[in-house]
Design a protein around this ligand. Structure first.
Ligand code: HEC
Ligand code: HEC
Ligand code: HEC
Ligand code: HEC
Ligand code: HEC
Ligand code: HEC
Length: 414
């Protein structure tokens, strides 16, 4: 009897096992709804994907809302993120269609992301998808107040101003009614000739402009407008957001970094190792423009200017756009190499610009704001191990730049 039971149980065992396995794997594929997974996903998304993707908006890559339903499978998403070039080269139909749709823009391969990280990113995408598009998108970290926000704020101010003017006009009308009603009332009374004259003295521009109330209002308005202009002026002293000067050669990032996808570091050789990103010398241009020379025979094209600078051994005098005052210290390698930040976080979509323009404010508030918000990229960096351990004993939130001294005056000031 017991033997029989055991043998029939043994028959079922594999089935139970397979069932459990299926259950387990399908469970692992399920996108988490836990706040911790969503938060981890959000910071991964911001650090790695945000330059090209938004959840509800097409950017360099597609909007990612719902992608976990639209893509062939979760496994497909994992392998695409880890090695998109490989998936495309492997002839995957969905991937190739997408690749062509996006003008053969290569998505970065994220070989260091683990499956678990990708599931967290998907958790974040799912939670954002379910929230639906925000009415006013939160500003990207480090982008500072955007001009859109400023526009919205001043739109509100305008509405309030118009409202106030309307109320003033209404008050004036009511006052006029009161005055005429009073006059009629007083006319019915027996009054002395003197009093009658006072009542019927005409209201002219002269009498209004001499009245103390009117003078007060004018002085107040002029004062207030002047004050606002001075404050606005003070805030923008030295701020050059949007500055886009004409350059001696019409060099286009849209053609070089966008269309031909030349790596930023190929020309800005300093970014990984030093303080300054550096502007390329004529040599670097000539690596390619030795061959690409259309228009140089007639001497009229922009490229002819490169060749002539090369022949005359004269440097091209590029106009500097980003420029911090001497009192501040900013280091590119710290941010790009150690911090793992994309150029676009601070410089905006340079690869779409024919003429470079200053995207960020570059004020102290801008630096500090990002240091308060941004998690330090500590992965695979043994230098941070002790710091992170120390931080985690005191706090549950991920370590921000602030927590390792990113707000200390001496770190940014000589
Ligand atoms: C350099 C820009 C860039 C970055 C960075 C980037 N992507 Fe992409 N991504 C693209 C482009 C472009 C496509 C469209 C396919 C193509 O052209 O290869 C794409 C496609 C995708 C797709 C498929 C979308 C669909 O509609 O099926 C997913 C999923 C995806 N990306 C996820 C990510 C995640 C997650 C990250 C961050 C870890 C990331 N991407 C970072 C550019 C980028
Ligand atoms: C083919 C060479 C080349 C490539 C590739 C290139 N740049 Fe440039 N970059 C230049 C030159 C030349 C200038 C100076 C002229 C100008 O401002 O347009 C410049 C200027 C800049 C400036 C403004 C510098 C200043 O004066 O403040 C920024 C920021 C910048 N590049 C960022 C980038 C980023 C980000 C990428 C990659 C997406 C990139 N560049 C790719 C050649 C290049
Ligand atoms: C890696 C190769 C490469 C490098 C380096 C490079 N270019 Fe180019 N450049 C190109 C290509 C490709 C074109 C497009 C030619 C075409 O449209 O036929 C181009 C076009 C141009 C044009 C003409 C744009 C137009 O409107 O047609 C100018 C000007 C130019 N480059 C300036 C520069 C300068 C200045 C540098 C150095 C800072 C530089 N390039 C470095 C590859 C390069
Ligand atoms: C954390 C923000 C940040 C990131 C990320 C960043 N930059 Fe900059 N960049 C700046 C600031 C701030 C300046 C002005 C520096 C100064 O005046 O000393 C600047 C200046 C520049 C300049 C002008 C020359 C110079 O070095 O002063 C170039 C070119 C440049 N950046 C290119 C790049 C490229 C290419 C990348 C990506 C590989 C990049 N930057 C990433 C903030 C950033
Ligand atoms: C987009 C976000 C961002 C912006 C904007 C930014 N930083 Fe940073 N900064 C970082 C990150 C991330 C690190 C940490 C890098 C690392 O892992 O060491 C950092 C580190 C630093 C450090 C080293 C801090 C330390 O304790 O070792 C200095 C100094 C610094 N930044 C200066 C500046 C200055 C000056 C500006 C403004 C001109 C600026 N940063 C703007 C993100 C930013
Ligand atoms: C993350 C980097 C960073 C830190 C930390 C920082 N500063 Fe600054 N500071 C800057 C930058 C960048 C500027 C230049 C801003 C500009 O040109 O508008 C600046 C400008 C200033 C100025 C000049 C006034 C002005 O607005 O131009 C003073 C004064 C100053 N900082 C004081 C301090 C003091 C005091 C501290 C410590 C409490 C401090 N800073 C911490 C980056 C920093």
């Amino acid at each position: 009897m017991t033997k029989n039971f055991i043998s029939s149980a043994c028959k079922f065992l594999p089935i139970v096992f397979v069932f459990a396995l299926v259950n387990l794997t399908s469970h692992a594929q399920e996108i988490s709804k836990e706040a911790s997974a969503i938060a981890a996903g959000e910071s991964l998304f911001n650090a790695n994907c945000k330059t090209c993707h938004r959840v509800h908006q097409k950017l360099i890559g597609p909007a990612l809302a719902n992608v976990y339903e639209r893509a062939p499978s979760i496994d497909w998403i994992k392998s695409f993120i880890k090695n998109s070039a490989g998936v495309i080269a492997g002839g995957d139909e969905y991937a190739n269609k997408l690749y062509n749709e996006f003008n053969k823009t290569q998505m970065t391969s994220f070989t260091t992301l683990k499956d678990e990280d990708i599931m967290n990113v998907l958790a974040y995408i799912q939670s954002e998808t379910e929230k639906g598009p925000a009415v006013a998108a939160a500003p990207a970290p480090g982008s500072g107040p955007t001009s859109e926000e400023g526009g919205q704020q001043s739109a509100y101010l305008n509405v309030i101003l118009i409202g106030m003017v309307l109320i003033l006009v209404l008050l004036l009308v009511i006052l006029a009614f009161l005055v005429s009603a009073l006059k009629r009332f007083l006319d019915q009374k027996e009054l002395s000739a003197e009093d009658k004259e006072v009542i019927h003295s005409p209201i002219t521009i002269g009498t209004i402009s001499r009245s103390s109330g009117f003078i007060f209002i004018v002085v107040f308005l002029v004062g207030a407008l002047g004050f606002k202009a001075v404050i606005n002026g003070l805030y923008s002293v030295g701020v050059q957001q949007g500055y886009a000067p004409k350059q001696p050669i019409a060099f286009s990032h849209k053609i070089h970094a966008g269309q031909y996808e030349i790596d930023c570091k190929y020309c800005h050789t300093g970014v990984m190792k030093g303080k300054s990103a550096t502007i390329p010398s004529v040599n670097i241009c000539m690596n390619c423009h030795n061959q690409i020379r259309q228009g140089t025979l007639t001497g009229e094209s922009e490229i002819a200017k490169i060749v002539s600078a090369w022949d005359n051994k004269k440097p091209i005098e590029w106009v500097r756009i980003h420029n911090l005052p001497d009192l501040a210290y900013f280091n590119h390698s710290q941010h790009v190499n150690v911090g793992g930040l994309a150029c676009q976080t601070c410089h905006g979509p340079i690869e779409t610009m024919d003429v470079v323009r200053q995207h960020s404010l570059l004020t102290m508030g801008w630096c500090i704001d990002c240091h308060r918000k941004t998690d330090v990229n500590t992965k695979g960096n043994a230098y941070y191990d002790n710091l992170v351990e120390l931080h985690n004993t005191a706090s549950k939130t991920p370590m921000k730049v602030e927590d390792m001294g990113g707000l200390e005056c001496a770190k940014c000031h000589y």
